[in-house]
Design a binder for this molecule. Sequence first.
Ligand code: SME
Length: 172
Amino acid sequence: MTNKTKQLNDKTEFYQNLSAQVKSLISDEADPIANMANISALLFDALEQVNWVGFYRVLDGQLVLGPFQGKVACIRIPLGIGVCGTAAQTNTTQRIDDVHQFEGHIACDAASNSEIVIPVQLKGDTIAVLDIDSTEFKRFDQNDQNGLEAIVQIFEQNLTEHEQLLEKSQLK
Ligand code: SME
């Protein structure tokens, strides 16, 4: 087995394991804020070289800070601005190797050098984003993206199953 194949297998296994933990953590819980809080805590603990993990929710046409782990962060971000705002507006994952090269990047923590932001969708609308920052450049590769998108899908599935609670949490 080449080194590269081994790393890939290791990452695949790592994310399969993490996905299973997310599933068991949220499967019996319908409250989206509680689930976002626990997913943030789990990922912050499990991922190496990561200094911020959390959610921004789409509320009244802007992003508003949700449950997170890490240093205090900007509370409101307009759609289309920064990495998070771009992910939310375009409904696409943003995987940024060097945030200093990203026009409009919002530096909540000056120590962050790379970032991945994954939209959380319900019925085709982005209702939140999962944002993960790292102090390393190029911390996230395609395998991290695949693994983290799979985790967001587990959360999306849970949201679909418990949609009626979203209005109460101001997520919809
Ligand atoms: N860097 C983000 C802002 C959020 S913080 O990283 C927590 C951005 O440019 O959207």
